[in-house]
Structure formats: C-alpha cells, structure tokens
Design a protein around this ligand. Sequence first.
Ligand SMILES: Nc1ncnc2c1ncn2[C@@H]1O[C@H](COP(=O)(O)OP(=O)(O)OP(=O)(O)O)[C@@H](O)[C@H]1O
Ligand SMILES: [Mg+2]
Length: 315
Amino acid sequence: MFNIAKPCLNKHLKFLQYLWQHNKYNTSVDPSKTKQKNLQARQREIMARGLPNRKQIKDVKQILLVASGKGGVGKSTTAVNLAIALKIIEPKRSVGLLDADVFGPSIPVMMNIHESPIINYEKLMEPLINYGIKCMSMGFLIDEKSPVIWRGLMVMDALNKLVNQVAWGPLDYLVIDTPPGTGDTHLSLIQNLFISGALLVTTPQKVALEVTRRGANMFKKLDIPVAGIVENMSTVMCPKCMTEVPLFNNDTLSLAKELGINILQQIPMHESIAEGSDSGKPIVLSIPKSKQAQAYRELAEHVVTFLNEQKIRTN
Ligand SMILES: Nc1ncnc2c1ncn2[C@@H]1O[C@H](COP(=O)(O)OP(=O)(O)OP(=O)(O)O)[C@@H](O)[C@H]1O
Ligand SMILES: [Mg+2]
C-alpha cells in the first residue's frame, strides 16, 4: 500500500518519535486550552501592571459619586439638591459639583449657570459658582445646542480635563453626578481617584432595581463603599392635599437587604422637584420648608455621617 522505501520509512518514524518526545507533536492538543492558557498569561501580565495610581484631586478632601444603572431615575436632581443641602447643613464646609455626564450634562440648567469658565494663572479652569457650590460641566464648555459626538477616548480626555484641569480646591466634598450605567466614566473615575463612596439612586421599579444591583456589585468589587440607596419617586404626592400614594411595587427594601446596604432616603415624585430642576433653583432653595426639601436635607445628614466614617486618603 505504502510506496515508501524502508530506510525512508525509518527516517519518518524517527522524526515522528523526536517530535513526540519533545512534545512538539501532540495529537491531543486542545486549541481552546491553549487559548485559555494564553488568556490567563495575558491576564496575569495585566494584573501585574496593577491599576493606575489613584490620586487625590489637589485640596479636595472627599469625593462622592452619585450613580445608577438606569437613565432618568433622578441622579442629577439628587446630586444637585444634595450638594446644596450639604452646604445648607454645613455652611462652613466647601462643596463642589462635577457633572461627569459628558454627553448629557444637566448641571448648567439645574444650577442655572450659563457662562464659560475662565482660565487662571495656573492655566486651570475656575469652577463656576452658584448657591455657594463650585460647579464644572462639559455644558459650560460647549454650545448648549451642539451634540457631543465623541468616541470613548475623547470622552475620557474630556473627563480628565474636568477633573484635573479645574481649580477645585479647597473643597471638603465633591459630589460627582455620573451618567447612567456602569461604564467607562465610572471605571475611569474609580481607577484614577480616591472615591469615598457611591450613592445609588433608583426608582422602585423592577427594571431600575435590577441594574441598581449590578451597580452596587460593581462598586463592591472595586472596593468603593456604597453610602446607600436613594429611592426616588417612591410615592406620588398630590400637590393639593399632599397625600402620598405609592407609585410602583416597592421591592427596594428587599434589594437593600440582599446587598446589605441602607435606603438612606425616599423622595416623593412631586412637580415642585421637577420645576426646581427646570428653573435652575432646586427645591431645597425654592421651597425650603417643604417636605421634599426636608427629605434632601435629611439625605445630606446621612451622607455627612457616612463620609465622616470614611478615611480621608491622600497620595
Ligand atoms: N422626585 C422627583 N419628582 C419629580 N420629578 C423628578 C423627581 N426626580 C427627578 N425628576 C425629574 O425627572 C427627570 C429626570 O431626572 P434627572 O435628570 O435627575 O435623572 P437622571 O437620572 O440624572 O437622568 P440621566 O440618566 O439622563 O442623567 C427630570 O425632568 C427631573 O426634573
Ligand atoms: Mg443626569
């Protein structure tokens, strides 16, 4: 059958023997295993490099991220009212508000700031101040009506500028309003800065709670303490009789228990909150005696207690 001369066959056999002994010819090579080994080696290499060095923003003591997995649940409304409420309950402390939502900045409208920042002698942007809060947002740097059509790297670059090229200090608290989800912006902030904690905002709806769970687990994995949950729009408040009616099936408590974190505050859905955001005079200032404003001040008290328990880390 084989048309190979005997010496030639011997040569072939010897060669095969050599390959076998030197592990170069292995009929049982599993390509998926090799791929996995390569992947593991690559992961080890990346892990060895470690995370980028976290830095403290110059003269900024503590940073709190306001986050949620879902869009439109009230992060910006919470961040704005919280920042002002912090200033109200602790007037001697300095408070900043960074709008890290590069694609959909809300802070210019909610804080009623429509100017552009000036550059100081150190070539840093001076934050714009309203209601005693130092603010910075992508919205101050671009035309209000222009869309931001950028790719990931450009967004990271813009974020880096909003964080590091602003004369923030001295600040006791910097509240960062983040975009929806748990994406590049959050990872970049967490990898580059000492974050004292994250505040999770959710509505008591299944779809929002599911992503809140994912967000909470991400922060836990990355060693960021979770300050607690703000349940927004938990009830709807009748503007006439002020009766509160539950709006959705409330599963927030069971999620909080499952995650081992507290619900810090429940905020009703009320037209005065939306009006305050739209008019640029948040409810804590526009109707300070209202139940809703009181809820934000209580939230600020919880946040201060939480921040006082956190270590102030420096470089
Ligand atoms: N408790 C509330 N009562 C009434 N309206 C509210 C309340 N909270 C938020 N809103 C309104 O809901 C809308 C969405 O709120 P907001 O912009 O704060 O959400 P967001 O989570 O920051 O959204 P995005 O994910 O797009 O950044 C706004 O018009 C705001 O005024
Ligand atoms: Mg927002």
